[in-house]
Design a protein around this ligand. Sequence first.
Ligand code: SAM
Length: 251
Amino acid sequence: MQKLSQQTGYILADNYKYVADIYNQLMEKVDYKFWAKYLYKLASLYNDKNSIVLEVAAGNCRLADHLSDTFKNYIASDISISMLKKNESLSFQKVCCDMTILPFKSGFDLVICAFDSINYLTNKKSIQNFFTQVKNILNEDGIFLFDAALEKNSFKHQKYASKKGSSNGVTFNRQSIYLQPSRIHKNIFEISYPDGRKFIEVHKQKIYPLEFYFEALEKSGLYAIECFNAFTFRDCKPSDLRAQFVVKRKN
Ligand SMILES: C[S@@+](CC[C@H](N)C(=O)[O-])C[C@H]1O[C@@H](n2cnc3c(N)ncnc32)[C@H](O)[C@@H]1O
């Protein structure tokens, strides 16, 4: 039986309902094993295999598949039930919940939010809520790893704005648009099923300036001990593609 539970009392937006069917194909070039190793390297400076881990916005749990090999107390969560259901692993628990209203009290040694998922929080208030939730559930010595897409990443995607593909007979066409004045990056998916059904799913991300995250962390009682250019151990610059934060509680 799947270890999957759902947050109650809230209406959770299944914002990846159709993209869940083509997600692996869409991410065919993403090396999750490499990504998980990088996160493990960061985490292992502060955590051991007994650490209690929460991953938020885990999607279909590709990182959790790798990281739960080491961390045996692992919960993967996401707002999209369709994404979580795509993963059949019994090695970790899955909880469908909104990362801005976490249904957990405390006791986590490590919280992970990966692959631009924070950019799905499109207003500053929800980022603040998320950080406050993380602060509340993190142990005194716990760490919080999150990455954030920066503007250069959006400009890069503009160059390859459309992508087509198919997975088990489900075809997709993605258009990517970066609206620089509002810093909103939209991915518009047209998804067609073999039985003729067609759906449009729009994913909206906000591309915050790098310094915003430092201010928001500070306001929530957290601070960045490191901010790396993602996948490296060198300090991040605002002109990099993606920032990798290593965060602690101020206590
Ligand atoms: C780009 S995907 C990344 C998924 C996964 N981390 C990965 O590495 O493949 C972004 C994920 O964020 C989730 N998400 C968006 N808003 C969320 C929220 N408020 N709470 C929890 N998950 C959310 C989406 O459902 C989606 O699975």
